[in-house]
Structure formats: C-alpha cells, structure tokens
Design a protein around this ligand. Structure first.
Ligand SMILES: [Zn+2]
Length: 316
C-alpha cells in the first residue's frame, strides 16, 4: 500500500505497513497524526483505511471494491469528519465539528459492520488552493485519491484546532475513543498536538508526519540532531557544525533559514514543556543566542565560523 511514497515518510510508513500486515489485529483504536503537512496526513489516513479494508492485493493499484470506494472517497464506512463534512440532517453548524456529528458517530458504531470503520477528524475549507497547497496535493497525485464531498476539486484539508474541535465536543467523543467496538478507528489530524485535548492524546497512538515547516525546512533532521537537547555533549559540536554546513549545501538552504528552523523547533519544544524550568531557561537562552548568529550571517561572517557558533550554542 505504501509503494512509491517519499523516503522522508519512512518511519510512519513502516508503522502503518506493520499494522496492515498483522491482519488488522493491531490497528489502533485512536491515532493522532501531527506535523506541518495536513494534506500528507489525510492521504496517510486513507491509505491506512485502505490497507485495513482491502480484500485484494493490498497494493496501491488494487482494484477491489473497498480500494475503489475509498479511492473515490465514497466508502460508506470511511468518513471524513470536519465542520463541512459528514453533517447529519438538521445540523446547521458550519464553523465547528458539532455534538450532533459525535452523536451520529455513536449511533453508527453501536451497529456492527463488515468493514473496519474509520472516522478521520480534520478541519476543512472549500476555496481556491494556494500554490503551496496545490504542491502538497501534487506530491501524492500518483495515488489517484479523491477528496470528499461534491466540491472535490476545491476541498482543502486543514488541521484540527481547539476552535473547530472544542474540548466539549472532544469530550463527548472520549468514551468511544476509550472503548470503541472492534474494527473502529478514529484518526485526528493536526499541526500541533497541543490542539487535541490531553485525555484523547493519552489514549491514542501518536505519529509525526514530516513536512515543510514555515521556513521551508522539514523537522526530521532536527529531531535527530537535537534529540539530546539541552544535554548535547560539547564533544559533538564539530559533528553538528559539519552536519549543518553539509545539510545547507545538499538541500540548498541558507544557514539563516536553518537557524530560523532551529528557533521554531525550540519554540515548539518550549510550548510543549512548561514544567521544567531548566529546560525553559536553556531554550530561551539558545533562541536568543541563535539570533546573534543570524546577525553574524548578515554581517558576512564565514559560514564555517557561524556553523561552529551554532553548534557551540546547542551543546554544553
Ligand atoms: Zn484492495
């Protein structure tokens, strides 16, 4: 099911392959996909739904009834739940996922089904796509996967926020997430895991789906590079410095862009860790000091010197 998927998704692809190959016994009840590229998350959610329901070859080009239905986004048991999708009769809410939708799901899952049901929660809008959104969709064009609804061409998947998926509504779903019937999986798509109430997070399998972040730079290399932060041994400074220069050259990204990505990454880390004062102080200090390296770059310091300085800031 995951042939030809870009190598940057390797870790999430591996997890999903394993799930599908174990005859669905290990499809989690609740999954959170997070990261900057919601479009990629949406495709992954549907691929998993296909893998769990495929009665054919389990390959991308499978033509079994389930694969065809899901590809056309018309499978009766694979529902996209958003403020504009899967609205029951009499639900006039247009800006949020509503309690009525949650009740519809609850009514649905008490009845048994021959299929492995998926409820994919996201935000969505009908409008003209930006160039960036168009590109994200084009990355997965080869899947031939349709979007839902009658406005397939202009439907855009977006990440859940606490505005469109409020705590009250999420809580109404909690019991179903906790103890769902067999063969029911909830998937939540979001940029930042903070957008999902902690009670759902703690009951879900969480996967990071890489993508281009605000500074046009994916996070995966930073997750690895900074895995021991703020306790990265100073002895590793040379390795980090060399890595940054090589990465900048290979990916044709300026060091300034890379520094900004590191700052964004650290800011996100700060948001997630409010308890540890030591970590908080380290992050704030690093972010400030990294700002100095941007000034160094503007003042035409040698890249090697700046890369060394960045590595020095990130180690101790
Ligand atoms: Zn199939």
């Amino acid at each position: 099911m995951f042939e030809n998927i870009d190598k940057k998704y390797l870790s999430v692809t591996k997890f999903f392959e394993q799930i599908i190959n174990s005859n669905n016994r290990s499809v989690p009840n609740s999954i959170i996909l997070h990261g900057p590229d919601i479009t990629a998350q949406y495709y992954f959610a549907l691929l998993l739904a296909r893998g769990a329901n495929c009665s054919g070859s389990k390959k991308q080009d499978c033509e079994c009834q389930n694969c065809r239905w899901i590809r056309a986004n018309e499978h009766p048991e694979i529902l996209t739940i958003s403020k504009i999708n899967s609205k029951p009769d009499g639900d006039d809410s247009k800006s949020v996922i509503s309690i009525k939708q949650i009740n519809m799901i609850k009514d649905n899952i008490v009845v048994s089904s021959d299929y492995h049901r998926f409820f994919i929660f996201c935000d969505a809008e009908i409008r003209e796509k930006t160039v960036d959104e168009e590109n994200k969709i084009n990355n997965f064009k080869f899947l031939n996967q349709q979007f839902p609804g009658s406005n397939k061409e202009s439907w855009i998947p977006l990440g859940l926020t606490n505005k469109c998926f409020s705590g009250i509504v999420a809580n109404a779903l909690l019991k179903s997430v906790e103890e769902p019937p067999d063969n029911v999986t909830f998937i939540f798509l979001t940029e930042n895991i903070e957008n999902i109430i902690s009670t759902i997070v703690s009951r879900s399998q969480v996967y990071y789906v890489p993508g281009e972040c605000r500074y046009n730079c994916d996070y995966d290399y930073l997750i690895q590079l900074l895995s021991d932060y703020p306790n990265i041994d100073r002895k590793k400074a040379i390795i980090i410095s060399d890595f940054l220069l090589k990465y900048s050259k290979d990916k044709e990204k300026s060091l300034t862009e890379i520094v900004m990505s590191i700052q964004t990454y650290l800011k996100d880390m700060l948001k997630k860790n409010t308890e540890s004062i030591y970590l908080k102080q380290s992050i704030l200090k690093s972010i400030n000091n990294l700002q100095e390296t941007i000034i160094m770059l503007k003042s035409n310091f040698k890249e090697q010197t700046v890369a060394d300085e960045i590595a020095y800031i990130l180690t101790k």
